[in-house]
Write a protein that binds this ligand. Structure first.
Ligand SMILES: NC(=O)c1ccc[n+]([C@@H]2O[C@H](COP(=O)([O-])OP(=O)(O)OC[C@H]3O[C@@H](n4cnc5c(N)ncnc54)[C@H](OP(=O)(O)O)[C@@H]3O)[C@@H](O)[C@H]2O)c1
Length: 284
């Protein structure tokens, strides 16, 4: 069984499984991680300006020799880049850092600053071909509806914390009529051992001859969310991708749904997040 794709609300087709590079250092670490993932057949990369590793992502994509149109690159704008005109310039810089002609999916990383002006520029970038799809990340307040109401191009995805302990059912309802799809960050709880070692996952792992992490990732796939677990370990990268040769039953999906406890692993308040926006220096 091969990997699955999701048709977004703008008609573009995204590989449902990818690899994330949050907290992976620029240079060899990111380059090797992406190169390993691409060699294994993974075709979707999730980065961000704030991760400060777009250059290594772009280099690995180029040097992999795989045609650009077979690889999906998602990246994200930081609030310091939001604003009409300003965001357009920021997109040009991003294209240079990634060493590519277009970005497959561009997101607003955080719900602060002039996100309306930024969204307008993102829509223009779709029209002029610099970006294929656009979406949001971390818009969970009423600012989500502000964008949904003004958008000419509805966000294709909403990237938020989502895993068996925090399943985002309320948010899924709010975006349903726009055809926006959830992308799950912290899909395996940022590596949280309590989540990974849940007895339910251990039981299912034994039944299917898989690992607990594979059970969690398979659950995401069957729930229709998009996932890009992070790993720099080639053994884990391979393991995470080997989830397309089995399926959980409806009852098992339901059992995992029952683990939803409202527990988040990222607990910064909106105020703290806003204060933290200047914690790194945007690149050229
Ligand atoms: N939009 C946002 O604000 C936002 C925020 C956070 C994350 N994200 C995105 O979501 C991606 C995933 O989130 P995340 O990296 O923070 O958390 P995650 O994917 O839930 O967990 C990553 C951790 O799990 C470990 N791991 C991975 N595969 C494993 C396996 N098979 N067995 C055991 N441990 C395993 C990794 O360690 P090893 O390297 O040792 O395998 C790493 O410590 C990020 O890379 C980023 O692209 C977006």
């Amino acid at each position: 069984m091969s990997q699955t794709y999701i048709t977004l609300n703008d008609g573009n087709s995204i590989p449902q499984f990818g690899i994330g590079v949050y907290q992976v250092p620029e240079g060899e670490a990111t380059y090797n991680t992406i190169m390993n993932a691409l060699k294994m057949g993974i075709r979707h990369i999730d980065t961000a300006h704030a991760y400060q590793n777009e250059r290594s992502v772009g280099k690995a994509v180029k040097e992999s020799g795989i045609p650009r149109n077979q690889i999906w690159i998602t990246t994200k704008l930081w609030p310091s880049e939001y604003g009409e005109g300003k965001t357009s310039d920021a997109i040009d810089k991003m294209l240079k850092r990634l060493d590519t002609d277009y970005i497959d999916l561009l997101l607003l990383h955080q719900q602060f600053g002039d996100y309306i002006g930024a969204y307008k520029d993102m829509q223009r970038a779709v029209k002029d071909g610099r970006v294929k799809s656009i979406g949001l990340s971390n818009f969970e307040s009423s600012r989500l509806e502000e964008i949904l109401d003004m958008a000419e191009i509805s966000p294709s995805v909403l990237q938020v914390e989502c895993h068996p302990y925090y399943q985002q059912n309320g948010l899924k309802k709010r975006i349903e009529k726009y055809g926006t799809v959830i992308e799950s960050w912290y899909p395996i709880g940022h590596g949280d051992k309590n989540l990974i070692n849940e007895p339910l996952f251990t039981r299912l792992a034994q039944k299917y001859n898989k690992t607990n992490v594979q059970i969690i990732l398979r659950w995401h796939i069957q729930e229709g969310t998009i996932v890009f677990p992070r790993s720099t370990n080639p053994v884990h990268i391979k393991e995470n991708f080997e989830i397309f040769d089995f399926g959980l039953t409806k009852e098992e999906i339901e059992e995992i749904r029952n683990l939803d406890s409202g527990k988040r692993f990222f607990n910064m308040t909106l105020e703290e997040q806003e204060q933290n926006l200047g914690s790194w220096k945007p690149e050229d």
